[in-house]
Design a protein around this ligand. Structure first.
Ligand code: PMP
Length: 361
């Protein structure tokens, strides 16, 4: 296939992540002039009808792609994933309340640390002792907790909850690195949020979906910027909006719809399957997550049996225009992110290179 953007690299970064070429080209056009508005996307007033239509279409697409009914409110809030670590407890965890957390890695632990500023937290299950190479077994969760927080996909360690825990209390999830990338029953959650820089566009923004009945359970009075109810009441336009990031998200959501969500999910599974197959059959590369049921289809982490070969493999990738596979320092080795916009043929190319490298050493 001829590339529309010459010299474009194969990009496996964990986020900001690769975007479809068609999205980049539409975005580039909009920077010059958005549709026939006569102005640039970067100049677009955040309270004008054009931007309101952008937000409305994003909301509708999320409702459709996540199969949500009217009991959910869809919002877009600046501040990425981390602000949500704070907003969730600000809104729903009183000083004397306790929230339960499943500690499945760095981001899950950080969400719990933020919550501890506002109320009490219980770490009810953790896989820390094995450097998070699996998901912990969840005990029966006491319904007296204010909510249970999970991280559906653990970006740094490459584990993923494929089955949503069955609990009898509000379930809240950070879906930053697998939103719309895998099969999920989104209606099982009372609130979920996702930073946009992986499967949904560019950084700086977060999708927040909350069950309307939760909004009535807000535990303290908050300035509007920290209040979900205030964001919902203002259709996500409480302040000068991040117009360009919202537009990038709209283009991504349109692209997902055009490709078909089923097709995207199946392609993601296939990308992960061929990469794990290569790892499981390798004498050099070692997967970080060995329990297949816990493996992420979004981030695949592995090391080399002979660490001195890692630099050489990174260089080989670089020479072949493949970037973004250096592992996070907590695991070392390599991490390959397989988000929605990563084409299957890029993974095939990487696997071919892994096989050639292994033969040559
Ligand atoms: N949660 C998860 C699962 C993440 O992977 C990340 C970032 N990689 C974050 C939260 C933090 O997002 P942000 O940098 O937008 O605050």
């Amino acid at each position: 296939m001829r590339k529309m953007i010459p010299q474009r690299k194969i990009n496996f970064h964990a986020g900001p992540a690769t975007l479809p070429e068609s999205v980049l080209l539409q975005y580039a056009r909009a920077v010059t002039e958005l549709d026939d508005t006569g102005i640039s996307l970067l100049e677009l007033p955040h309270r004008g009808s054009e931007f309101i239509s952008i937000v409305d279409e994003c909301n509708e697409l999320i409702r459709e792609l996540c199969d949500l009914d009217n009991s959910f409110e869809v919002m877009w809030i600046q501040g990425g994933g981390r602000l949500q670590f704070g907003m969730v407890p600000m809104n729903f965890l009183g000083l004397d309340d306790t929230a339960a957390f499943a500690d499945t890695g760095h981001w899950a632990a950080e969400a719990m640390e933020y919550a501890a500023h506002y109320g009490k937290t219980d770490n009810i299950a953790s896989s820390r002792s094995t450097n998070y190479n699996c998901l912990p077994a969840l005990p029966a969760v006491d319904a007296n907790y204010k909510y249970l927080h999970i991280t559906t996909n653990n970006t740094i360690y490459g584990t993923q909850w494929h089955h949503v825990p069955d609990v009898n209390l509000p379930l809240i999830a950070d879906m930053s690195s697998d939103i719309l990338g895998c099969a999920r029953n989104y209606r099982r959650f009372d609130l979920f949020y996702a930073a946009t820089q992986k499967n949904l566009g560019t950084p700086g923004l977060a999708l927040v979906v909350v069950r309307r009945s939760m909004l009535e359970k807000t535990v303290r009075s908050l300035p509007p910027m920290f209040s979900y109810a205030a964001h919902a009441a203002q259709n996500s336009i409480l302040q000068t909006a991040n117009v360009s990031a919202q537009y990038a998200t709209l283009l991504m959501l349109r692209w997902i719809k055009e490709m078909g969500i089923e097709h995207i999910i199946n392609t993601n599974k296939e990308k992960a399957r061929i990469l794990y197959h290569a790892l499981d059959n390798s004498n050099l590369f070692i997967p970080h997550v060995t329990q297949t049921a816990h493996r992420s289809t979004m981030n695949v982490c592995f090391t080399a049996k002979h660490p001195e070969t890692e630099q050489a493999f990174l260089k080989l990738c670089d020479d072949n225009n493949i970037i973004g596979i250096k592992g996070h320092r907590s695991v070392g080795g390599f991490r390959v992110s397989l988000y929605n916009a990563v084409p299957l043929m890029h993974v095939e190319k990487l696997v071919q290179l892994m096989n050639e490298f292994e033969k040559d050493i």
